[in-house]
Structure formats: C-alpha cells, structure tokens
Design a protein around this ligand. Sequence first.
Ligand SMILES: *Cc1c(COP(=O)(O)O)cnc(C)c1O
Length: 399
Amino acid sequence: MRINEHYTEIGNNYLFAEVARRVREYKENHPDKTVISLGIGDVTQPIVPAVIDAIHKATAEMADAKTLRGYAPYEGYDFLVNAILKNDFLDRGVQIDADEIFVSDGAKSDTGNIGDILAQDNQIAITDPAYPVYVDTNKMVGREIELLPCTPGNNFVPAFPEKVADVIYLCYPNNPTGTVLTKEQLKKWVDYAIEHQSLILFDAAYEAYVSQPDIPHSIYEIPGAKKVAIEFRSFSKTAGFTGMRAGYTIVPKELTTQTSKDETLSLNAMWRRRQSTKFNGTAYIVQRGAEAVYTPEGQKQIREVIGYYMENARIIQTGLEALGLTTYGGVNAPYIWVKTPGNLTSWEFFDLLLNKIQIVGTPGSGFGQAGEGFFRFTAFGNREDTIEAVRRIQTELNR
Ligand SMILES: *Cc1c(COP(=O)(O)O)cnc(C)c1O
C-alpha cells in the first residue's frame, strides 16, 4: 500500500485545531479564568421556531411507516429545491432551473468535493487569505496554486493571476476579511473567466449578510456567469444550520467543457454523476427544516437573528475603531478583520489576547500568508460575550 503523499504537503494542523489546542492548554493551566471565544465561525443563537416546528413535524412522520422517508433523492427533495429556486433566485430576478440545484450536507463538502470532476493539471487561483478548504483540498491532489493577495493595498480586490487560471475560487462576502466585491468588480472576474475559459467557484455562504444595494447576492446576477461559474450556498450561516448540515450548489447546464477527444461534457451531468455515486442525500428532517427557512415566519425569524449578529459586528467594529485600530468588513459579513496593533504577528496578538484577557479570535495568518499581521473576530457570539470581549480589549489596549 502507498498513501497519497500530497497529504504530507498540507501540514498537520488545521487552523482551528491549533486554536483549540492553545485554548485548551490555557484553560488547563488557568481553570479559574473565563475565556470568551470570538474565534471559530460557529453560530450561538438557537435555530428559529419555524424551523424547529418543521423538524418536529418531519420527525413525527419518520415514526410512522405510512409517512417514513428512506433515502432522499441525491439532488434534494422537490419541496426544498422549489423553495430555493423561487426564493433565492426567481423572486430576485435571477433565472436558473430546478435541475441546476443540488442540495447537499453543506458548502464545505461541496467546495471540497467539486475537485472530483476537475483534472489534476488545472492551474488554480485562490484569494489570499481564504477559507482553508480551497487551498488544502487542491494541495491534497497536487494541483498548482497561485495565491491572489487581498490586502488594504488593493482594497481587498484581488488582481488577476500572473499565470492564466483554469479555476478561480472567489468567496464574497468574504470569510475571513468580511469584505465584498461590487457587481462591477465581480463582472471583471466573470469577463476574465469567459475570455480565458476558466471556471469560477463562487462561495456565497454569507449571501444573507449582504446589506448594501450594489453588492451581488449571487454571481448569476452578472451577465454571462452561467457559462463560467458554479455557486455554493449554505444554510449554516443563513439559518444556524452548522450542526444540522444543509447547503446547496448551483451547476448551470450552460457550463460545458471540451474533452481532449473533442467531446462536449456538461459539468451539471458530471456533478450529478459524482453526487449520485458518492453522496446519499441530505436527511429528510433537515430538508424540511431548510424548507421552513423560506416561509414568511421563517424569513422574519432568521432576519432577526442575522440582525442580532450584525449588531454584534457593529459593537466589535466601533469598539476597536475607538481604540484607533484599523478594521475591515463587518458591514456585509459577520466578520471583522483587524490590523494587529504595534506590528504584532497574528499569532503574537492571539497569544496576547488569550493570555492577558482571555479572548480568543482567529490569527489572520492561518488563512494564508497575506493574512499575516491581521486578526479575525466573528460576530457569531452572544451579545453579553461580545460586549464583555470588547470591554476587555479596550481596557487592555488602553493601558
Ligand atoms: C462556514 C462557511 C461555509 C459553510 O460551510 P457548511 O459546510 O455549509 O457549514 C462555506 N464557506 C465558507 C467560506 C464558510 O465560512
């Protein structure tokens, strides 16, 4: 037996595992201290009542042979696919078809698994910093990656790669920087992809947090995008589904490619083949919960939770700015990206906050080298913790 030796190239520690390790060690040595985490991007507020009611109802159906549901369709139940189609696309003026929607257990799996249908020798471009899944899953198969730095110097708008990219990962609103692209800025990337026959993998996990008018919710708002882009969505940040697991991916039928033998292949057909082979569907109960997100009550309730998190974002951002720190994001995304004070490295700032005031955030360098010297706070905490964390930071940094 031989192993996939590319795994030796990705390092042992997943970013959040290292954060968790340092926090665990600190807690063991200081059991009397209360540590507040504004670190990992996980939600804290309960799943809304409309969704909980739907889950309960679906659970009762599973208790009766007459209404039991077994394996779900690979692409998702029609009731959920149609709710997604109407609410997230058609009602917003974006034309897609039901058979372009693939319901899944989340965007992490899909952004990682999409590489299954792509050749190993593709040239990959990934913004830096980035959600670690993009880089690591490509390294796992040995693909060549060019990083596109996103810094204050370019207003967090990546420049085109030096080497023509076959595949481009874009995540907007962005995790970790919280920054966005306008329609005009995103259009330049769609045009690039059309010109170079590249594929854009667009991660829109934070679409629900867009609050400003000219910021696209979907890449398909840009003309021509259906020829060049796959879009990933998630119920995790939209509706608190991080522990429930549901998302979906749009693979337009217009997205085709020529094989080396000059056959035309549909990526939609390939992804369907991939999912039906390796994935056995998202749980019925969870899909009923996701469907309820789109009811009027569900929408009202999730908007309240999103508003709650965005108020946290405002509290963090104004609190840090009052200290004279430079921050980014926080307006169309639940993340605040902050320049570390005094030129500390990201991990030095992490250790300072943990050891001195027991606040946990995420070191920017963990998201890529362009993240060095930055730090990410999430707005997903509860209100009291967020206020207390800002108070501690202000006390410490004002000394
Ligand atoms: C949280 C997150 C996801 C969503 O992951 P799920 O697997 O759906 O929970 C996807 N992309 C980014 C950038 C994220 O931050």
